[in-house]
Each structure stands twice: as C-alpha cells, then as structure tokens.
Write a protein that binds this ligand. Structure first.
Ligand code: GDP
Ligand code: GDP
Length: 450
C-alpha cells in the first residue's frame, strides 16, 4: 500500500530544503545561500516511530525562472494540496510573519489536510517570543526548530507522524463483517434475540467455529451487509450447564465482547436492572466497543418507552453515548431498527475526524472554557490528532499531562460528541507531553532515520 505523503511548503529561503535534508538525513537537496536556485522536486522516504511516509520538498517549484514568487508559491501549494496527505508548512522566525505566509495559510486552511507549522531558524530556545505572531496563521501551535542545527526536529517528526492519516496494513483492513456480541444475564432473551436477528428471510451463511475451542459464530447477511454473531453456542448451550450460571455467563460474555465490534447488552423489560448488567456493559466500555442497550420483551409491557429509557440511561450513566432500543424477540418487533442501530454505532466507532477540523474545535472549546490550572500553571493543549478508530482515540499534545482534570476531559468529550456524534461508541484520550529535551530529540532523529 502506498505510503502517506507529506509535502514541505513555504516561501523561498525559509529553510525548506535544509529541513528536508535534516529530516531525511540525506544530502540530496541543494542548499544555497542565494535564493533562486532551481531544484528538482525531491522525494525521500522517512521512517519514524514505526510509521513511514514520503517527504516531498516542493521548493523546486518556487523559482522556475520567472521570478514571480507569488505565482510560484501558489503553484507549489496547489501541487502539495493535490498530492500530499499532510503538509509541513515552514516559516522563518528571523523574517517574522510575512504576507506570503498569510497567503499560503489562507489557501491551505480551506482544505481538510493536516498541517504542521514549523517555525524555523530558532537556534536559541530561550527566545521564543517571536513564535507567537505565527499563531495568527490559524494553523495551531508553531513548532520551533532549527533545521540548520537539527534542534527539536524529533518533536517535529513526532507531530508529523501523529498527523498522518491512518492507513491500515493489509492484515488490519477494516472488517467488512460487523461482529456482534449478544450478551446479558440468563433468561433475558439472548437466544431468542439471536433467532430473531437470523430471521427466516435473511440469508444465514453458516455456523463456523470461532477462535475459542467451543465457540460457534454465526454469519448472516442483511441488505448487503454481513454480520457475525459471536459465539452463538455460548448463548444456546447455557441452559445445559450446571455451573453457577451467572458466573459462567459473565465469563462467556467477556470473551464474546473481546471478539466483537458491536455489543448488544440485552436487558429484560420485566426485571430490575442488576449489578451484573452493569458489569457486562462496563466491560464493553473498557474494551472500547460500540454498544447498544437492548430492552427485550417489550411485548409484555404496556407503557411508554420514554420513561423506561430514562431509567435505563440512569443505570448505565457511565456510558451515556449508548442508544437504548426496545425490541421484542418473540414478536420480531423492531428488529429492523436494531439492525440499523448496529450499523450506525459500528460506523460511528469508525469515524475519523480531519485534524484541522479537530484542532479548530478544540481551540474554540479551550477559549470557551479555560483548561484547568494548578499552582499557577495552566494546562495548554498544543495540538490534537485522532490516531485510531474502534474506539476513536485522540492524541493530545500538552505542556503538562498532570494538569488535566477528569472533568475537563469530559467537557472536551462532550464538545466532540456535539460536533461529530460518535453515537454508541466510547472515546479515548491519550495525553502526550511535548518533549522539551532538544538534545534527546535530535539524537532520536539521527538514530531513527536511515
Ligand atoms: P528554502 O528555499 O526554503 O529551501 O531554504 P533553504 O533550505 O535553501 O535555506 C535558505 C537559507 O536559510 C540558507 O542560507 C540556509 O543555510 C538558511 N537556513 C536554513 N535553516 C536554517 C536554520 O535553522 N537556522 C539558520 N540560522 N539558517 C537556516
Ligand atoms: P437467554 O437465556 O438470554 O438466551 O434467554 P432465552 O432466549 O432462552 O429466553 C428466556 C425466556 O424468555 C424464554 O422463555 C423466552 O421465550 C422468553 N422471551 C425471550 N424473548 C422474549 C420476548 O421478546 N417477549 C417475551 N414475551 N418473551 C421472551
């Protein structure tokens, strides 16, 4: 599979070519004191932190003879926007913010590609005041670097790699089959629900032994979508087991949850919600699985669903994102709705938010509600990127991870959910301290690059 491409852009003489050399460890690009040297566009493979990408130095397009810098830069940016998956925008702290920088930023802000802003020619890291004007570009935190001396380039690479779009490897292609675990206490109607899901009209492919020795998975197809019901044997065989049934079914549920994409936590409309229901749902949450709370046997209840749904929501308050669906396995009522909900939460667990959109949102959120502080030190979120799906996982680059509060993460999570939905799926946050140790970062560059 093709590697993601990162294009270095920026006006002439900011140090693109020098940075290219530094990041690729090669001496292939020409660096001249005099701007105006014609260069070929250069590609080079870079490996960092287990990821690989192709770096392009677009500098060659700047100055093809005409001297029309603006037009040349425009061309260069257009090319980068077309070909690249992410952009490395270089500015020059010695010159400060220029009109051309602002023009370039205007163009690239319009597309949804991750942008990393490198503020080059910072040799003295104690003098960072000059960095702040680059915030005006609206592209997030500028990362100070010295391409010439190789300072802080490890940090830059960290952020570049984090901003790369996710490209699954061959063996982790997104599954086309939605794996569904039907779990819950004994007698809530799991077995009946499995039968209802299989239905008569739906094509059932086969029962296929699962990964655990005695697990049997059942495949079915509905409206062109394939599903696998995880360990249907566990659901059906349960009644023949004399063991303490509750314990046995919990262990079995856990195994099924682990192997699934979507968890259906089945509860009995006639029974009180029990600790065990919460234990099972809590495990789905911990495993990062998309989840639907299924209230079964609704044919026996002569009540409005809404107040009951409220009660269910309250009991499962640790997973407020999980939709509640009322069904009757016996009368095959709302089974279609359940299928649609499974599709929906599966899709939401696979949502990927473009980095620029994400950073705009987080920036607004932190302006609306200041991050927490402790002993006069305030949490700063420099940059956010989504690095995983199932569940959607966000990498936050911050000054001091310890300054983060649970309640503030909750707030950010709510903002994300308001903007993007993420219905039915848990979210994860990983806090990363931005490395300050420049020497160490520089060493890493040399060691990791070939
Ligand atoms: P490009 O036109 O953007 O590719 O810029 P170059 O890489 O050709 O660099 C332009 C000039 O800036 C050259 O004279 C470099 O030596 C100088 N330069 C590049 N990086 C740095 C740096 O980090 N610090 C300083 N002081 N000079 C740099
Ligand atoms: P499991 O132990 O969770 O697999 O539950 P079963 O599927 O074996 O169902 C337990 C009992 O509940 C059986 O007597 C079913 O007939 C009954 N049952 C299951 N689903 C429904 C339903 O939707 N409505 C009604 N009225 N009874 C149901």
């Amino acid at each position: 599979m093709a590697k993601p491409v990162i294009a270095i852009i920026g006006r002439p003489n900011v140090g693109k070519s020098t940075l290219f050399n530094r990041l690729t460890g090669s001496q292939t690009a020409l660096t001249e004191k005099q701007p105006g040297i014609t260069r070929d566009r250069l590609y080079h493979e870079v490996k960092w932190a287990g990821r690989e990408f192709t770096l392009i130095d677009t500098g060659g397009l700047d100055l093809q003879g005409t001297g029309e810098i603006s037009a040349g830069v425009h061309q260069q940016v257009e090319m980068a926007l077309k070909e690249a998956d992410a952009l490395l925008f270089v500015v020059d702290t010695r010159d400060g913010l220029t009109i051309t920088d602002t023009e370039i930023a205007q163009v690239i802000r319009r597309v949804n590609k991750p942008v990393i802003l490198a503020a080059n020619k910072v040799e003295d890291f104690k003098k960072q005041a000059g960095l702040y004007e680059f915030f005006q570009l609206g592209l997030g935190e500028p990362i100070p670097v010295s391409a010439a001396e190789g300072l802080n380039t490890g940090d830059l690479l960290d952020q570049l790699v984090a901003a790369l779009p996710y490209r699954p490897k061959e063996d982790e292609e997104p599954s086309l089959t939605i794996k569904v675990a039907v779990v819950g206490r004994p007698n809530v109607g799991k077995s009946s629900l499995v039968n209802a899901l299989l239905g008569e009209k739906r094509v059932m492919v086969s029962h296929i032994p699962g990964t655990t020795r005695d697990a049997i998975d059942t495949y079915l197809t509905r409206a062109g979508q394939q599903y696998m019901l995880v360990d249907t044997a566990g659901i059906r065989r349960r009644s023949k087991i004399n063991l303490p049934v509750e314990k046995y079914s919990v262990a079995r549920s856990f195994k099924a949850i682990k192997r699934s994409h979507v968890v259906l936590v089945v509860i009995d409309a006639l029974e009180k919600i029990a600790e065990q229901d919460k234990t099972i749902a809590g495990y789905a949450e911990k495993q990062g699985k998309a989840c639907v709370l299924v209230v079964n046997k609704w044919d026996l209840v002569k009540q409005a669903t809404l107040p009951f749904a409220e009660k269910v929501k309250q009991s499962f308050s640790f997973m407020p994102y999980a939709p509640v669906v009322f069904v009757s396995a016996k009368t095959i009522w709302r089974i279609d709705l359940l299928f649609e909900t499974i599709n929906e939460v599966f899709a939401q667990g696979n949502l990927r938010i473009p980095t620029s959109s994400l950073n705009n949102l987080i920036q607004e959120a932190t302006q609306l509600n200041m991050p927490p502080s402790h002993k006069g030190k305030r949490l700063r979120i420099f940059y956010v990127t989504q690095n995983k799906v199932q569940p959607p996982t966000f990498l936050l680059f911050v000054n001091e991870p310890e300054l983060m509060h649970f309640s503030y993460l909750r707030y950010l999570e709510n903002q994300l959910r308001q903007a993007y939905g993420f219905n039915g799926t848990p979210l994860r946050f990983i806090l990363r301290k931005r490395s300050k140790n420049i020497k160490e970062a520089t060493f890493k560059v040399r060691a990791d690059l070939k």
